[in-house]
Design a binder for this molecule. Sequence first.
Ligand code: GLA
Length: 757
Amino acid sequence: LMKIYPTQYNQIFILRCTRTQKESAGTNSMISYHQETKIFKLDTQTTTYMMGIADNKYLGHIYYGKKLEYQDLSYMLRTQEHPFVPSKLSREKLSFLDSFPMEYPFSGTGDFRESCIDIRDKNGQSGLELLYAGHRIYDGKDKLQGLPAVWGEGCQTLEIALEDVCAGIRVRLSYSVFEDCDALMRSVKVENIGTDAVYLERVLSACLEMDDEDFEIISLSGAWARERHIKRQPLLSGSFVTESVRGESSHQDHPFLAAVSQNCTQTCGDVYAMHFVYSGNFLAKAQRTQFGSLRMVLGIHPDRFCWKLGAGESFQAPEAVLVYSDAGLGKMSRTLHDLYRNHLIRSSYKDKERPVLINNWEATYFDFDTEKLIEIAKQSAALGIEMLVMDDGWFGHRENDDSSLGDWIVNEEKLPGGLKYLVDEVNKLGMKFGIWFEPEMISPDSKLYEERPDWALHLKGRAPSRAREQLVLDLSRPEVVDYIYDSISNILRSANIEYVKWDMNRALADIGSDALAPDQQGELSHRYMLAVYELQERLITEFPDLLLENCSSGGARFDPGMLYYSPQIWCSDDTDAIERLMIQEGTQLLYPMSTIGAHVSDCPNHAIGRVTPFETRGITALAGTFGYELDITKISEQERNMVPGQIAAYKKYAPLIREGDYYRIASYRENHKYDCYEIVSKDRSQAAVFFVQVMHEPSAKSRKVKLQGLSEHAVYEVDGRQYTGAALMYAGLLRERMYGDFQAEVIEVHQVSDRTE
Ligand code: GLA
């Protein structure tokens, strides 16, 4: 019989005592609990995750890796060696706590490594000891209150309760797995089951404990116009941290961390990846311990975070996605892409072709009126462009970025006849219409600020720091959230608007609110994020057919959290085709191409001044939701003539890009010469290979390109010549040397017979 470790708080858990060894939910169970060994086992398609209970109370991490049949691996907890478990050697309890592979580490009682949770109690003291109190396994997956999270059918969840009776804290760890996916989802809920309020000062969402395998660390980092560049480095000692305290997932770092084996490439080696389904402050840390082992944690950044948890209250921490790949980074990417396409994005546009849009930002900036927009729309429609997006500058008296955020009233001097007239005219041309908002902001020069200066985030007695001349609204106030929602929805109801670009152009600072009690100011950044999610939820609920694109000064909020609300996100304000290769490579590492906003823009490029061929700009922008960001009335006749062909190419490749498997063949970031990636249909019958020769290579021979993801024995046609899949993958194709810098081509691969399969 299972021995239950009883506590006074475990009554709501069904603590199972049966005669069977194994307990699980459903018949084809992906999750099981083995009572004799006290081991939890979770299986995905190709991976297994195992935890065990040591000394009847400590939850430890046993294994994450290639799929295994069940066997007792509890020896991995090393409880039979010094310092042993506290019941055997209580005099060395501290050493035990500081070396045990804790599944959800707590601090203050002896584990000096990075912890996941910390509270401060009414005595002002910190310290926890969280012990196993029960578990349940169930079919499905509960929603995370107010937060984005993975969803869908064919799923099972394990919930483990840990309790600290002394502190009056229960922590529920949730682990979900899907039949059709190789990832594992984790989240954490903290409940105050005591009688006094406590302050939650840290609550991370996931931890991974691994033995020393000389892992290297991969992260994404950058800056404005240089987002998500891939970085890889050894971790010999100490810690590696990637983080954001900017109130957004940020341009600078990304809520992602991977430990990879030294031999890891796109196609081989081990990858342990963590990705956070959250858009605000985050901490991702990898720590080498004194024993050489690696502890990786991920969650809401503890800096300036402090959540008051009254008796009976709970706090839901966001979800973390874990992926193990035994076949390199490519497999990790494809696992995440499938997960996000099938189980995170909800928009009906997920499976639909997105309209080819033209955005007037780089065409006109603030200098436009109805006439100008209609002229752009006319010429765009004639070339096959399907939607006009009116960017910043249509409201209040906004002639530059100095004013009017918060005053979401159409500027009728620029747009005589209002929005309705403009949208109707655009619709008459057969085009859809989209609009830009920056809902979270307030300009000091605005009617809203005149009336409600207290609605801007600010520290008492201190003038808040402006960025781009603007301040941030205090979204912890429900009346502010309602004001924003009413402003946006009134505009959307006033005309046939089918797309919204939701922008957010500055980081959060002066994090203070007049509406929160002094001991709740530390809740503000997270409350802000919850309000953004609530606003977007309300928006897509009232306007279910709306195509929502998130944006944040380019790609400062390109994260899984945002994908729950919008099927695409503007990738970067750097629209230069060559810079984009590196930005898009880092983005593709985690995100499906169908989520990446990518446009053909003008040259010399407005961000960096480079001139690239129009054709190359088009091919680079195909790796995403295709569109234009230039003044179509001013480009050359030659370029204008190329637009219909580019749109035809986008339409031809759109289903592949939306549904196919992504393979990275070569990286310009690594080789400094050329870039190459491939997208293969799920049935492997078609592929498109995107090749960009960035730097001309004098005296070079033709380039060998080895494809991936095809059927070995099937016969494919490329450029009128036939090859087996094996030949294309192992011998490769030869591409003629290209003359000049910045040349690009798309190579089409079609299966002509399935000869031996
Ligand atoms: C941000 C966006 C741009 C554009 C401007 C408008 O920088 O990333 O695409 O919308 O704001 O102010």
